[in-house]
Design a protein around this ligand. Structure first.
Ligand SMILES: Cc1cc2nc3c(=O)[nH]c(=O)nc-3n(C[C@H](O)[C@H](O)[C@H](O)COP(=O)(O)OP(=O)(O)OC[C@H]3O[C@@H](n4cnc5c(N)ncnc54)[C@H](O)[C@@H]3O)c2cc1C
Length: 800
């Protein structure tokens, strides 16, 4: 078959992601879409997948992708006549310690919220479902009947058959050797068999995606690890199919395979492997067995399944699979190149997610956005520093190992650290900071940490330190290091017109004003929220969230009209930002020679010398205490901090800030805000200027005169011992009415609290609710405004 000269979309890679994307493109009417595979279909990672499909994920939308996969895998045969090998036998998750039990019960609660069947079962019932299991140390279990598995090669055959029937074409033995761009847009591909012009590429090339994307100058931080499962010959006692047994404390998943057992693992530390070592002609191949590496897992397996001792081992399968720096996959358009869409870095859930992810990727290519918010998979969420071989090859083994980890609050990864340091890093070391990594930046979580904190699902080890730091900001003066905020300069004669279109608030306010605003998509959902300082008639500086810089830069650039005279540049590294907050801030400003700061109105900024250091001070707060965010040249950050410190201000970390922002109901993108939620639901209507023609306005107008279907509210718990973490179902009279989006202990109110998105179909103020935390109902009441707002001051803040 000859290659076409042109295709609307070229899908690169014939694994499950490529086949599913092609199928869904064809289904969406893109009948000239083609798939190029340099070897044979499924010959990369897909063919040897264990192909488990576990429905529950960490968010509703990720779960929905798998729910979609399950429905597709169980119905494709009807449509195409080709079986997918779907077997629905359920899965059993066991716990052998209290924290795991708590964790799987949290998952059970989550499953109920997402409409997935999951039930706690007794140890006896667990043993009935898995009679070969040694249950001596099992203390509880959760049964998930919706889970199953599929035949990965059959699945791809069915997807391909369906795609072809709708006009799509597939070219095997056709490698892509170059990606052609013009003005940062995809225009075509070079292949081993000639060139093809195209409008878009779906890069579904598995562990080879980093190198392929580099052909277009795009950074795709994907790196493979070796990944193991053991296969035995047939065993007595196994007849028919068994459910999957998930022994996550033992790092294992176990099921039947051809009458024997399949024992797979996510060992605590994986083994990275260079894709160049794997090579491009790695077709239906495997990596060498490594029994030394697998041995601890084998011991765990022998403990769980004593019958394994007598089993004949068929093989220790070792196949490569790609992982990313945060364990979530990449789906969507890249920041750098328009028309280059990613569907890769599947982190060992590619077969389970593939059906839904291919659907979402095709939707994104056709409509310009995913069908629902998938910010966890946004390719624009990584800084460049994660794309280095050094960072990736250290990080991905830990990511593989964390696949079955209990997600403790405050948990941090240990590899690939110190990639980006704020200008105050050495000062934070002196103050014994415990750091967390955000978009590669090391930010102090809390101070005075003299030991590696113990992780817990109960009262945190750092409770006292955070209480102290909240106390500084509430009763004296605290200094927060905000230097990692993205800072974007927008300048030029058309800057005001441009920002007035891209931002929702009135951006025509005069120089000297700070403006809290949103950037919305056409559907009225949040793309970002930010604070802008108007520096001059033709110049603004936007302060955006630490992790938002790449996404926001791309959004701004994409919405620039041809001919508009606007320069957009990244100034993040040029300025440090220190938040000086608390009742003593005013005296500190005066003592450091800047009394005029006390005359500055809310949401105004001025140039001022603090201890002789030129700063731009903006009167706003993310913690609900009076103060300023002080921006200074990076080189002067230490001097500024030293002066503030000598005048009595004390450092406060992210945990203190988070607690305080939740008390003030200040919202955070990625937690409370996302691309599906609009400002009316968020209760942030004040940031909309209905007189301007901002992007998203026409969508919002449809909702303007009606009560929003959902609302973000505060929930204050009755008991001081409740330990909400966020992402828990909220019940009213036994019915789920929403979920928590952020949670913390509120030191100023003396109670645990959460922000929650709840349905808005009754009077919410004062409504009593129960929040399901790991199976226990925790009573609380709803506040439609901030839980802590003693004098009703409306301190509008930026969201980081
Ligand atoms: C041992 C093991 C067990 C697993 N178990 C599970 C499981 O239980 N459940 C689950 O959901 N997932 C599991 N996975 C993960 C899952 O198999 C993968 O996530 C999935 O198969 C990845 O599919 P893909 O399409 O992204 O990549 P691949 O299947 O690797 O496909 C990528 C294709 O791109 C082609 N390609 C690359 N570069 C080019 C180029 N320049 N031009 C043309 N073609 C190119 C390659 O030849 C390859 O065929 C497992 C993985 C392993 C290794």
């Amino acid at each position: 078959m000859n290659l076409p000269n042109h295709a609307s979309v070229v899908v690169i890679g014939g694994g499950v992601m490529g086949c599913s994307t092609l199928y869904h493109l064809a289904k969406a009417g893109v009948s000239d879409a083609i798939l190029l595979e340099r070897n044979e279909l499924t010959s990369g990672t897909t063919w040897h997948s264990a192909a488990q499909v576990r429905a529950l994920r960490s968010s509703r939308n990720l779960t929905d992708l798998i729910r979609y996969s399950i429905s597709l895998y169980s119905s494709l045969e009807q449509e195409t006549g080709q079986s997918t090998g779907w077997i629905n036998k359920g899965s059993l998750s066991i716990a052998t310690n209290e924290d795991r039990l708590h964790f799987i019960r949290r998952q059970e609660a989550l499953a109920k919220m997402y409409g997935i069947a999951a039930n706690s079962v007794s140890v006896d019932e667990a043993r009935e479902r898995w009679p070969m299991m040694n249950s001596d140390d099992v203390i509880g279990a959760v049964w998930s009947p919706d889970d199953g598995r599929v035949g990965p090669t059959d699945l791809c055959a069915a997807l391909v058959k369906g795609a072809k029937s709708k006009g799509a074409r597939i070219f095997e033995q056709t490698g892509v050797t170059g990606i052609k761009t013009r003005d940062n847009r995809i225009v075509g591909v070079e292949t081993t068999r000639g060139e093809i012009d195209c409008d878009a590429i779906a890069l579904c090339s598995g562990l080879w995606s980093r190198k392929n994307a580099a052909m277009a100058g795009v950074e795709v931080p994907v790196w493979p690890c070796e990944h193991y499962y053991l296969l035995t010959n047939p065993l007595d006692g196994i007849s028919g199919n068994l459910p999957t047994l998930s022994d996550h404390d033992g790092h294992l998943y176990i099921r039947d395979d051809s009458g024997g057992l399949l024992v797979g693992c996510f060992e605590p530390l994986g083994k990275a492997i260079d894709p160049d070592q794997i090579g491009e002609d790695f077709t239906f191949q495997l990596l060498p067995e490594d029994w030394d590496h697998f041995e601890p897992m084998l011991e765990n397996a022998l403990h769980r399944l004593p019958c394994l001792a007598d089993a004949e081992i068929r093989m220790l399968l070792n196949g490569p699979e790609s992982f990313t720096p945060d364990g979530s996959f990449l789906l969507g358009e890249t920041a750098e190149t328009r028309g280059l869409f990613l569907g890769c870095g599947m982190n060992s859930v590619g077969v389970a997610t593939g059906g839904g992810a291919g659907m979402a990727l095709a939707h994104c290519i056709v409509h310009g956005h995913t069908p629902s918010d998938l910010h966890e998979a946004d390719p624009k969420r990584y800084p460049s520093c994660f794309n280095s071989v050094a960072a990736l090859s250290k990080r991905v083994p830990e990511i593989l190992g964390s696949h079955y980890a209990i997600h403790y609050p405050g948990m941090q990864l240990h590899s690939a650290r110190n990639l980006k340091l704020t200008p105050l890093h050495s000062r934070w070391l002196q103050h014994k900071a415990h750091f967390g990594q955000f978009y590669g930046w090391e930010r102090p979580l809390f101070f005075d940490c003299d030991h590696q904190p113990e992780l817990s699902l109960g009262k945190p080890d750092w409770y006292d330190q955070v209480a102290r730091e909240v106390g500084y900001a509430h009763q004296q003066a605290g200094v927060f290091d905000l230097s990692s905020f993205g800072k974007i300069r927008v300048a030029g004669v058309d800057a005001e017109t441009f920002l007035n279109r891209v931002c929702t608030n009135d951006m025509t306010r005069s120089p000297g004003r700070a403006i809290y605003t949103a950037m919305l998509n056409q559907r009225g959902g949040y793309e970002s929220d930010l604070t802008a300082l108007r520096l001059a008639d033709d110049e603004y500086r936007l302060y955006v969230g630490t992790s938002a810089i790449r996404r926001d830069l791309a959004w701004l650039r994409r919405n620039l009209h041809g001919g508009e005279q606007v320069e957009i540049s990244d100034q993040t590294d040029e300025f440090a930002v220190l938040g000086l907050m608390g009742p003593s801030a005013a005296d500190i400003a005066t003592s450091l020679g800047a009394p005029e700061l006390n005359q500055l109105g809310y949401f105004c900024w001025c140039e001022v010398n603090v201890a002789g250091i030129p700063v731009q001070a903006a009167r706003l707060s993310y913690v609900g205490e009076a103060g300023w965010e002080l921006s200074c040249a990076t080189a002067q950050a230490e001097s500024l901090f030293d002066a503030l410190s000598a005048a009595g201000a004390k450092p406060a970390g992210i945990f203190a800030q988070t607690s305080m922002r939740i008390e003030k109901r200040f919202l955070s993108f990625g937690h409370d805000l996302d691309t599906d939620l609009n400002p009316l639901e968020a209760g942030l209507e004040f940031s909309l200027d209905w007189n301007s023609e901002f992007i998203g306005k026409s969508a919002l107008l449809k909702f303007r005169d009606q009560a929003p279907a959902n609302r973000l509210v505060s929930i204050v718990f009755d008991s001081i011992d409740a330990q909400p973490l966020g992402n828990e179902p909220v019940y009213h009279r036994g019915r789920i009415i929403g979920k928590t989006t952020s949670a913390a202990f509120g030191y100023r109110i003396g109670k645990p609290l959460a922000i929650a998105l709840v349905s808005n179909n009754c009077e919410l103020e004062g409504l009593t609710v129960d929040v399901d935390i790991a199976g226990s109902q925790n009573a609380g009441s709803i506040h439609t405004n901030a839980a802590w707002d003693p004098d009703g001051t409306v301190l509008r803040a930026t969201t980081r």
